[in-house]
Design a protein around this ligand. Structure first.
Ligand code: NAP
Length: 257
């Protein structure tokens, strides 16, 4: 049976590669982001492959009414929801721009929660569906010098794990994808070009998307792409929190700090 996947943040990076994977398996897609031109290019590429329909909905998920507006524009039922759109803001909390951080909370947390709230009941009624929320390895510990972003991803992970539990036996599976540093538009958008975090062991977006896609299909609750990221995430989970917070601060600092 033909399925439809709604992917937010499909105009670049991990979301774009996830959209390609869904389309390759014959799934219709609804592509969401602000950059309409990029979404249309991707839709044309996916439809050229044959057998899939790609819908484009260009909107700003930082707007408080965005999730509701998006759901009203959907072409039909959504079988798979991928809450991938998100961005980071870097810098000491006392210096970062509040307006930008509130926008980030709106995209990373509020829109994700609202879309899940609006689409999950239909999935449960149909007794099938999947939700893939893109969190981060940042979700596992506090992140000095990027405090609100790390906290937003801790929310995404916690919500996803709780919903995975609540939906057991309903035919719906909820997964959280927790990538480590990945080469995408994220670094520039977060103002992290100088950060040591992206100096080494950076994954490419396609490898992250492939692991996320496979993990979601196999019904895993938490998917951490890359052996090194899995190792670090489990180490961080069991090490003293104060120590880990200091380590993360060191990694978040800019080169030369
Ligand atoms: N890259 C990393 O190192 C990394 C690590 C862990 C987790 N993640 C997470 O992975 C997810 C995808 O990010 P990425 O790394 O692929 O970065 P990216 O290349 O910058 O992609 C971010 C996507 O989100 C969309 N987006 C951002 N703000 C939006 C808004 N206000 N309204 C609608 N769409 C918006 C962007 O589209 P438009 O600009 O066209 O709107 C873009 O398609 C994010 O949730 C990020 O937090 C990334």
């Amino acid at each position: 049976m033909k399925e439809t996947a709604l992917i937010t943040g499909a105009s670049s990076g991990i979301g774009l590669d996830l959209a390609r994977l869904f389309a390759k398996d014959g799934c219709d897609v609804v592509l969401v982001a602000r950059s309409e031109g990029k979404l249309r290019e991707l839709a044309a590429e996916l439809e050229r492959g044959g057998g899939v329909t790609a819908h484009v909905i260009a909107l700003d998920l930082a707007r408080p009414d965005a999730a509701e507006a998006l759901v009203q524009r959907l072409p039909g039922d959504v079988d798979i929801l991928v809450n991938n759109a998100g961005f980071g803001v870097a810098g000491p909390f006392v210096e970062t721009d509040l307006a930008k951080e509130l926008e980030m909370i709106q995209v990373n947390i509020v829109a994700l929660t609202e879309l899940t709230k609006l689409l999950l009941p239909g999935m449960i009624a149909r007794r099938r569906g999947r939700i893939l929320n893109v969190a981060s390895t940042a979700a596992f510990q506090p992140g000095p010098l990027m405090a609100v972003y790390y906290a937003s991803k801790a929310y995404v992970l916690s919500l996803s794990e709780a919903l995975a539990n609540e939906t057991e036996g309903t035919g719906v599976r909820v997964s959280a994808l927790c990538p480590g540093p990945t080469e995408t538009g994220f670094v520039a958008a977060a103002g992290m070009v100088e950060s040591k975090l992206f100096d080494a062991n950076v994954m490419d977006a396609r490898s992250v998307a492939v692991e996320g896609y496979r993990g979601m299909l196999s019904g895993k609750t938490i998917v951490i792409p890359g052996f090194r990221n899995r190792l670090l995430a489990s180490g961080y989970r069991f090490a003293p929190r104060g120590l880990i917070t200091k380590v993360v601060r060191g990694i978040q600092e800019r080169r030369g700090d």
